[in-house]
Design a protein around this ligand. Structure first.
Ligand SMILES: [Fe+2]
Length: 449
C-alpha cells in the first residue's frame, strides 16, 4: 500500500502523490465553499481507489448537506473505504462517518475531537467539526474547537486562512464582535476566496445593525455569491437581510426573485434561506401566494420531515404560509416518529423542533395565543436545533409578531426593548416598541407625550 503525507504532514494510506494533490484541491474547495469538491475527490478516488481519506472527504461533503437523500452517498463512500488501514487517524475518521450515518452527531463530534487532540493539524477533521458544531448550535465550540488547535498552525500552512475564518465565525456567535471582524478580515487578506470568513464579517455587521456597511461589504464580495459557491444563496440572503432591516422591501423581493430563488435550487440549505426570508416578510404582512406555493411544493417534494429539526421548522413555515394543512400534519407525524430512538435529532425534535413546528402551524392558522404559549419557553433552548443567531432570530420575530397580533402589548414592548438594546439601529425594533407603547397608553387612557 502506498504511504505518503498530506500537505500538513499527516500520513495517509492508499494514495498516489497525484491523488493527494487532488485531495488537497478538494479540501481547499471545501474550505472556501467554491467549485465542486465531490468531482475533485472522485478524480482522486479514480486514481487511488484505496485512498481512505478521499472516501471520507466525499462522505463528509454529502453528510454536511443535512439532507436525508444524501445519506445513500455517505454510505456508498463508507463502504467503498472499507476498514483496511493501519493508521489510527484514518480509522477514527471512518468511525466519524459511521456515527454520521447513524445520525449521531454528538458521537461524531467526540471522535473528531479525539482526532484533533492527536492531530491538531488535521484540517478536514476541523472543517467537519466546525460545521457539526454549527448544526448542533454549539456556539462555544464553534469558537473553542478552533482555538484549541490554532497555535499548532502557522500562517505559512496551506489553509491557515480557513482557521481564521472559522475562528471569526465562532467569535461572532459568542458575541465577541470586534475580534471576530479582525479575524475575518485577516483570513480574507490571506485568501480573498474564503467565503466563510467573508460571511463571518457579514454576521458581525448584522448583529451590530451596521446595515449600510453590510450592504457595501456584501457587494464587495461578489465572487462569494457567484454560482459556483455553495454559500452563494446564503450570502445573497444576508444581503437581503440588510435591505430588509432598512425596510427596502422592493430590493428584498428583487433579490428573492433573482439570485435567492430564481434558480429554484432544490438544495435544503438554499430552501431554508428562501423560506426564512419569505417568512420574515410574512410576519410584516407581505405575502405572495405564488412564491409560497413554489416553496411549499419544493419542501413537499423533498419529503424529509423528521430528519433534521432545523429543516423541519422551515418546511413548516412554508406549509403554514401556503395553507398546506395536510403537509403540515404529515410533517408533525414524521417528527413524532423521529422522536423515538437515539439519533441526535430525536432529542432536538422533542425539545425544540416539534413544539416549534406546532407554534408555526398555530401562527399560520391565526391562533396567535397558542403560538406565543409554545414559543416563549423555547427561546432559552432554541440554539440546540442549530444554525446561527441570525437564522434563529426568525423565531424571536415570530414570537414578537404573534404577541402583537394577540394583543399582548406589554410582552411586545419588552421583547422590543430586548432587541433595541442589542440593535438600536433597526427601524423594525423601534416600530414594535413605539406601537406597543402607544396602544398601551391608549388602553390606559394616558395621553402620549
Ligand atoms: Fe449566515
Amino acid at each position: 500500500m502506498l504511504s505518503y503525507v498530506d500537505a500538513r504532514g499527516e500520513p495517509v494510506s492508499g494514495a498516489s502523490e497525484e491523488a493527494i494533490s487532488l485531495f488537497e484541491t478538494a479540501l481547499a474547495q471545501l474550505q472556501c465553499y467554491q467549485g465542486d469538491p465531490v468531482a475533485t475527490i472522485e478524480s482522486a478516488i479514480s486514481d487511488s481507489p484505496g485512498f481512505i481519506m478521499a472516501h471520507c472527504l466525499r462522505a463528509y461533503v454529502f453528510a454536511l448537506t443535512t439532507e436525508q437523500s444524501a445519506m445513500a452517498e455517505v454510505r456508498a463512500s463508507y463502504e467503498a473505504a472499507g476498514d483496511v488501514t493501519s493508521l489510527a487517524r484514518e480509522r477514527r475518521h471512518l468511525h466519524v462517518v459511521g456515527h454520521l450515518l447513524n445520525g449521531n452527531w454528538e458521537r461524531a463530534v467526540a471522535v473528531l475531537e479525539d482526532i484533533l487532540i492527536d492531530s491538531p493539524r488535521d484540517a478536514l477533521a476541523l472543517q467537519v467539526l466546525h460545521l457539526s458544531d454549527f448544526f448542533l448550535g454549539d456556539a462555544r465550540n464553534l469558537r473553542d474547537h478552533v482555538a484549541r488547535v490554532l497555535p499548532e498552525w502557522s500562517v505559512d500552512d496551506p489553509g491557515y486562512h480557513a482557521l481564521l475564518g472559522m475562528y471569526a465565525f465562532g467569535l461572532v456567535e459568542c458575541g465577541d464582535y470586534a475580534r471576530a471582524e479582525d479575524m475575518g478580515r485577516k483570513a480574507l487578506a490571506l485568501n480573498p476566496c474564503d467565503a466563510w470568513a467573508q460571511h463571518a464579517v457579514a454576521h458581525v455587521m448584522e448583529m451590530q445593525g451596521r446595515q449600510e456597511e453590510g450592504i457595501d461589504w456584501m457587494n464587495q464580495g461578489r465572487h462569494h455569491r457567484a454560482g459556483d459557491n455553495a454559500l452563494a444563496v446564503h450570502n445573497w440572503w444576508h444581503l437581503a437581510l440588510f435591505h430588509l432591516d432598512l425596510d427596502q422591501i422592493d430590493r428584498v423581493l428583487e433579490l428573492y426573485d433573482g439570485p435567492i430563488r430564481g434558480g429554484r435550487s432544490p438544495a435544503v440549505l438554499d430552501l431554508i434561506d428562501a423560506t426564512a426570508l419569505m417568512w420574515r416578510l410574512h410576519l410584516r404582512g407581505i405575502d405572495s401566494a405564488t412564491r409560497w406555493s413554489e416553496l411549499a411544493e419544493s419542501w413537499e417534494a423533498l419529503a424529509e420531515g423528521g430528519f433534521y429539526a432545523f429543516n423541519d421548522a422551515h418546511a413548516m413555515m412554508a406549509f403554514a404560509a401556503a395553507d398546506r394543512d395536510k403537509a403540515a400534519a404529515a410533517l408533525l407525524v414524521a417528527q413524532q416518529k423521529a422522536m423515538v430512538g437515539n439519533a441526535s435529532n430525536a432529542m432536538v425534535t422533542h425539545q425544540v423542533g416539534h413544539p416549534l413546528c406546532n407554534a408555526l402551524r398555530a401562527f399560520g392558522r391565526g391562533d396567535y395565543a397558542t403560538a406565543v404559549h409554545l414559543l416563549r419557553p423555547l427561546r432559552s433552548r432554541l440554539s440546540r436545533f442549530g444554525g446561527s443567531h441570525d437564522q434563529r432570530d426568525v423565531v424571536d420575530l415570530t414570537l414578537m409578531e404573534a404577541a402583537r397580533r394577540d394583543g399582548q402589548l406589554a410582552l411586545v414592548r419588552e421583547l422590543a426593548n430586548e432587541r433595541i438594546e442589542l440593535k438600536p439601529t433597526s427601524p423594525l425594533n423601534q416600530r414594535y416598541r413605539e406601537e406597543a407603547s402607544r396602544r398601551l397608553a391608549e388602553l390606559s387612557g394616558v395621553a402620549m407625550v
